[in-house]
Design a binder for this molecule. Sequence first.
Ligand SMILES: Nc1ncnc2c1ncn2[C@@H]1O[C@H](COP(=O)(O)OP(=O)(O)O)[C@@H](O)[C@H]1O
Ligand SMILES: CC(C)(COP(=O)(O)O)[C@@H](O)C(=O)NCCC(=O)O
Ligand SMILES: [K+]
Length: 257
Amino acid sequence: MLLAIDCGNTNTVFSIWDGTEFVATWRTSTEWQRTADQYYVWLSTLMTMRGIEAEIDEMIVSSTVPRVVFNLRVLGDRYFNCRPLVVGKPDCRLPVTPRVDAGTQVGPDRLVNTVGAWDRHGGDLVVVDFGTATTFDVVDTDGAYVGGVISPGVNLSLEALHQAAAALPHVDVSKPEKVIGTNTVACMQSGIFWGYVGLVRGICDRIRTERDRSMRIIGTGGLAPLFAQGDMLFDDIEEDLTMHGLTVIHRYNKETA
Ligand SMILES: Nc1ncnc2c1ncn2[C@@H]1O[C@H](COP(=O)(O)OP(=O)(O)O)[C@@H](O)[C@H]1O
Ligand SMILES: CC(C)(COP(=O)(O)O)[C@@H](O)C(=O)NCCC(=O)O
Ligand SMILES: [K+]
C-alpha cells in the first residue's frame, strides 16, 4: 500500500491509500528534527490502535520544508523497504510542466493541488489553500500550474497582531456574529474573518478578470469550511485535495515508468 505524506510548514499529514480509498489519515506537527525512528513509532502505534494491518511498500512525499525530506527518505528505506517519490525532485514526473518564470521553485504543495484539482475538475481552476500561507494556484485548461498568489496565512496574521501589539491577546479564528466588534477579541476576529473573506473574493475576481474567463474556485485546507460560511467563495470544498493529488502523481509515475 501507498503511504502519502504532505508536509506543510505547520503540520504534516500521513495517509494510507489502498489503491481505491484512504484507509486512514493522521496529522502531526512539522518538525524537521524528527527522526525516521520517531515517525515509525508514532505511525505504527496509530496503525495498531486502529487495527490496520497495511503492508506499506510505496511512499510519496510533498514537502514545503526541504529539511524534513531526509528523515522521511530514511523512514522509507529503513522500515518500508522503498525509496519515496518526492514531488519537485527530478525523478518525480508531473503530468503537465508548470509554466512559470525560469528558476522558480514552485511549492510542491501547489503542484500537487494543481494535479489533484485537474484530475477531478479539468482545467480553468483556482485552488485556494488555507495553510501556513493562504495560496491561490491557477490551473490552465491543459492542467498546467501557471502561477498564482501567496498571502499570509490566517493564523499567521492573528499571531502577528498578537506579537506586535502589547494589548492584543492571542485569539482563535472564528466567524463573528457581527462585523462591528464591541470588545477587543470580537474586533480582531472580525478583522481576520471578514478581511480574509474580502481577500479571497477580491483576488479570485481579479484572477478571473485577468484571464478573462470564468473559473471554478476550489477551497482546501482546514479553514476552508469556516470561510465558506462568510460568502459564496468556493464552487467546491475538498479537504483531501492535496492527498488526492499525491495519489494521482504516484499513479502517473508508475504508469509512465
Ligand atoms: N480545522 C481547523 N480549524 C482551525 N484551525 C485549523 C484547522 N486546520 C488547520 N488549522 C490551522 O491552520 C493553520 C494551517 O494549518 P495547515 O493546513 O496544517 O498548514 P500547513 O499545511 O501549512 O502545515 C495552522 O495554524 C492550523 O493550526
Ligand atoms: C507558499 C508556501 C509557503 C505555502 O506553504 P504551506 O502554507 O502549505 O506550508 C509553499 O508553497 C512554498 O514554500 N512555496 C514556494 C514558493 C512558490 O510556491 O512560488
Ligand atoms: K498547504
